[in-house]
Design a protein around this ligand. Structure first.
Ligand code: FAD
Ligand code: UDP
Length: 366
């Protein structure tokens, strides 16, 4: 029997929507062009048996109990709070910037109040906060902005802070306390058996069939389905008819060190000013795996290659809006996910968007 819904993409967006629709009684067929489940959150053991994230480090964090409840049907969790150090000259300083960062960087001994006063003395208030540069100059001032953000951003995006929406730098808070966690969400944990296992359980349902290694090329016949859910890049669905939406790509350079259980003090080291890579992540911190060796990934941002990041700036959003207009003429196709909605979504936000989309679709198909 033909499925009611075709889902293109088996990452967080597609897998969540597939499962929610199957739970609602609809028959779902799902495909992904990659040979595996999980989209960019896919994980697997490398050749040495260390669990790695081939598409870069994925740390789960959310403030939504609803999202935790949904995912907890498919996985147990291992509590994990991510920590990041930025290498500045010969020093490793906490990132996000906190009391320790400022005291070590400037050789000070300020308390929390002192750090607030310090930040007040260096910030350059702006009447309007439009770009990431506006945001950073008005919160941490020129020196901290240049030291921690300008070089990293130039490498990561190939753009200046002044060319990116304020929302990009707003992802990273500034603290006057000693809190050195990268995220402060109420729930921070990793799937106990990994992301791929969690995805496998999510799509294991009598009403879901799926295939990996199958491409959907926009000319694929969808007439047999009542609804299509597309989770790839929205411009690719329309064969780039209105022009290419810009994405940033990353080369993930993986390495293994035998007989060295840990090379880094924390999960990730950021390199804002030196080298072509932005950060290095050591997976065993994230997964808690015991192993005599260690595997790391270096992220080298690229202009060309597989799309990983939508680029948040006004002109790109305008082009995306024109694709949305096109999409609105195709009510039987739903676009959901980070590339399909051209939004700098974290994993939990994708789950939320996919659950909402599935609910809308179920209501319509009923
Ligand atoms: P994807 O995971 O991209 O899945 C889309 C799937 O669709 C892909 O598998 C693709 O192969 C398939 N597809 C696309 N087009 C087609 C087609 N035409 N035919 C067939 N299949 C197709 N989020 C966090 O919350 N925490 C983190 O620590 C974190 N770290 C990240 C690190 C990096 C380097 C990156 C790039 C992202 C990170 N994210 C993180 C974001 C997270 O990866 C995304 O929010 C989430 O994985 C997006 O899910 P998705 O289903 O929308 O897209
Ligand atoms: N950023 C920076 N320096 C850092 C960390 C982040 O300049 O040490 C900026 C940079 O522009 C980056 C953005 O803040 O792209 C968001 O950082 P985040 O760690 O959220 O990026 P992601 O994990 O999504 O790649």
């Amino acid at each position: 029997m033909r499925a009611d819904v075709l889902v293109v993409g088996l990452g967080f967006a597609g897998s969540t929507a597939a499962r929610a629709l199957a739970d609602a009684g609809f028959r779902v067929h799902a495909i992904d062009r990659r040979p595996h489940l999980g989209g960019n959150a896919f994980d697997k053991p490398d050749a040495h048996g260390v669990t790695i994230h081939p598409y870069g480090p994925h740390i789960f964090h959310t403030n939504s109990t609803r999202i935790v409840q949904f995912l907890s049907r498919f996985t147990a969790w291992r509590p994990y709070e991510h920590r990041v150090l930025a290498k500045i000259g010969e020093q490793y300083l906490p990132m996000p910037i906190n009391r320790t960062t400022i005291n070590r960087m400037y050789g000070l001994n300020l308390d929390e109040k002192g750090v607030s006063v310090f930040l007040d003395s260096v910030r350059e208030p702006r009447a309007r906060i439009v770009t990431s540069e506006d945001l950073l100059l008005s919160t941490v001032g020129r020196d901290l902005c240049r030291t921690f953000f300008s070089g990293y951003t130039r490498k990561h995006w190939g753009l200046e802070l002044s060319e990116l929406s304020a929302s990009v730098a707003a992802r990273v808070p500034v603290r006057t306390s000693d809190d050195d966690r990268y995220f402060t969400d109420s729930f921070q944990a990793m799937p106990a058996d990994g992301y791929t296992t969690m995805f496998g359980r999510m799509i294991e349902h009598p009403l879901i069939s799926y295939e990996t290694g199958v491409d959907f090329d926009g000319r694929s016949d969808t007439t047999a389905y009542r609804q299509v859910i597309f989770t790839g890049p929205i411009d690719s669905y329309f064969q780039h008819r209105l022009g290419k939406l810009p994405y940033r790509s990353v080369e993930f350079r993986h390495e293994h060190h035998a007989s060295t259980p840990f090379l880094q003090a924390v999960g990730t080291i950021n390199f804002p000013n030196d080298f072509e890579y932005t950060r290095v992540t050591e997976f065993k911190h994230l997964t808690g795996q015991m192993h005599p060796g260690s595997s790391l990934v270096r992220e080298i941002p690229r202009g060309e290659g597989e799309p990983f990041y939508p680029i948040p700036r006004e002109e790109n959003h305008e082009l995306y809006k024109r694709y949305r207009m096109l999409a609105s003429a195709h009510p039987n196709v739903t676009f959901v996910g980070r590339l399909a909605e051209y939004r700098y979504y974290d994993m939990d936000q994708v789950v939320a968007a996919a659950l909402a989309a599935a609910q809308r679709i179920a209501g319509r198909l009923r």
